[in-house]
Design a protein around this ligand. Structure first.
Ligand SMILES: Cc1ncc(COP(=O)(O)O)c(C=O)c1O
Length: 373
């Protein structure tokens, strides 16, 4: 529940039970030889990193993954005891602390590791690493056998580093065409063949990979967007092996209601003019909350009906055209369900010409996250 009193009614309600069900369904689907790594970077894709991590672990996730040292430290600080993998490159200055707190780092460069191990005698625990390969994503990671061999030579000279895993990221697993994904997997396996000993965890799949390529599940899958009940793309959604449950609802209440005569203008730039006498409601949510200005015209739900956002969205508020006279305090659902009607994050994403990932991530801190079970 909320840690402080919230006077403003705008809130994101996160259904942790939905997250647990998504983890359980996924575990059942990939089978008990494959671990689930819950990806909770970017504050759990806007849903709350610590709360999502706890829910995912309770449902059976064996490990969590983040993008930055700071995100890993937040989770350890909150008492998360499972393995934590930092997916993006970390600075050498973080290594000693990572070893002490048993935070696993993604490593792909021999020079980086050599420098990181200069202080290895001062490590309180061995440094755990997952080797990061780049098999076609083109972002970070070693790209060939020579680079891998050089990295392994540094590992062999140290007594303070443990190669716990090796991974890469698919770039097109959410698309219909399977060629690039299969090619990436094959390149990964060619690299793995260089290793004298197989690390504990080989993992290649993100949500799209885990859902559409069970044959590439390997020792673990790294699942982000799927945890939150959102499919990585429309193609994946059409081919889901099991239903995903959406965790996010975005709600507020009418804060002001007025009756306008025909021809009245609304908001900055007077971009909306009433074409008849209309009931207009104001809601306390604006672009500083993550309701981007491009969402003008988007429907919200009120009393089980759709009502469009009219006029320019302001920083803290916006206006909606009501189907009839309504009272201040009436519940408004911006993302989620009311009766048979639903507004999905995918609908916002389409209007904004982006992907569904961006929608919860861009809800700002001003919107309190409230947890329900
Ligand atoms: C390396 C890595 N693994 C896994 C994920 C999770 O991806 P998804 O949210 O599509 O499941 C990400 C997210 O971008 C990532 O960067």
């Amino acid at each position: 529940m909320e840690s402080t009193t919230c006077y403003r009614p705008t809130k994101a309600i996160i259904n942790l039970e939905a997250i647990k069900e998504n983890v359980k369904s996924l575990k059942e689907y990939v089978g008990n030889k494959t671990a689930v790594i819950a990806v909770v970077k970017a504050d759990g894709y806007g849903h709350g990193d610590v709360e999502v991590a706890r829910a995912a672990i309770e449902a059976g996730a064996e490990m969590v993954a983040v993008a930055t040292p700071e995100e890993a430290l937040r989770l350890r600080g909150a008492g998360i005891r499972t393995g934590i993998l930092v997916l993006a490159p970390s600075p050498v200055s973080f290594v000693k602390k990572a070893a002490r707190l048993e935070i696993t780092l993604a490593v792909s460069e021999a020079d980086w590791l050599e420098e990181a191990l200069q202080e290895e005698k001062a490590f309180e625990n061995p440094l755990k690493i997952h080797i990061k390969a780049d098999c076609g994503m083109g972002r970070t990671g070693l790209r060939d056998k020579k680079a891998l061999q050089m990295l392994m030579n540094v590992v062999a000279r140290s007594e303070h580093v443990v190669v716990d895993g090796m991974f890469m990221q698919f770039s097109c697993a959410d698309e219909r065409d399977r060629n690039h994904t299969v090619e990436q997997y094959d390149r990964f396996m060619e690299l793995v063949a260089v290793l004298k000993e197989k690390p504990r965890l080989l993992h290649v799949s993100n949500s799209a990979g885990a859902l559409l390529y069970p044959e590439f599940a390997m020792d673990a899958v790294r699942v982000g967007i799927g945890l939150y009940g959102i499919a990585p793309s429309a193609y994946v959604e059409e081919n889901l092996p099991f239903p995903l449950k959406k965790a996010l609802t975005l709600e507020t209440e009418l804060s002001f209601v007025k009756h306008l005569e025909k021809g009245s203008t609304i908001s900055y730039g007077s971009t909306y003019q009433s074409s008849e006498a209309e009931w207009i409601g104001t809601i306390p949510i604006g672009y500083a909350d993550g309701l981007q200005r491009g969402l003008r015209g988007q429907g919200v739900l009120i009393a089980g009906e759709r009502a469009p956002i009219v006029g320019t969205i302001c920083m803290d508020q916006c206006m909606i055209k009501l189907p009839k006279e309504m009272n201040v305090g009436e519940k408004v659902t911006l993302i989620g369900k009311q009766g048979a009607e639903e507004v999905r994050v995918e609908e916002w994403a389409e209007r904004l010409d982006t992907i569904a990932y961006e929608i919860p991530v861009l809800l700002t801190k001003r919107v309190p996250r409230v947890y329900s079970n």
